[in-house]
Design a protein. Structure first.
Length: 156
């Protein structure tokens, strides 16, 4: 008599998948911000996906003067002309982890009001919330499969 296969524990696999997607998008964002830093080293925004995170939310760091080679200083500072097109990975992550991103945005902007760097708080809070959300979804799937299997066994 063979042993039945061990059931997949989705509550442990889903958080890993969510964090892989988060890391994948973070890698793309690091590359994008590296390219933008080559254009303007004094930027005060960090782009993660379609989110614009401020490194100095209260404006405590004094601005440095524009280089003489820049004709219009206000345009040089702005990163508003950067268009971020969300790819399929970001869209899938945002749709599947929408509650985690909603709570994360509330935390990040709330901490920014007291002067905390939005980039640091985003990267500290968001992966934890994504992992917790996907763990909850995996637990729901495991629970549903267990109840279904139990019903099938009771019917036989």
């Amino acid at each position: 008599m063979s042993k039945p296969p061990m059931p997949i524990r989705w509550r442990w696999i889903h958080p890993f998948i969510g964090l892989v997607f988060f890391g994948w998008e973070t890698y793309g964002s690091v590359r994008t911000n590296s390219d933008l830093a080559d254009r303007n080293r004094m930027r005060k925004e960090y782009l993660w996906g379609t989110f614009r995170l401020r490194t100095d939310p209260r404006g405590k760091i004094p601005p440095t003067p524009c280089p003489q080679s820049v004709p219009n200083c206000s345009e040089w500072w702005a990163a508003r002309d950067v268009i971020v097109d969300p790819g399929p990975v970001l869209e899938a992550l945002l749709v599947s982890a929408l509650p985690a991103f909603f709570v994360s945005a509330r935390f990040v902007h709330g901490l920014a009001r007291i002067g905390v760097n939005e980039v640091c708080s985003f990267f500290a809070i968001t992966p934890l919330l994504i992992a917790a959300w996907f763990h909850f979804l995996g637990w729901l799937l495991d629970h549903w499969r267990y109840r279904r299997r139990k019903k099938c066994a009771a019917a036989n």
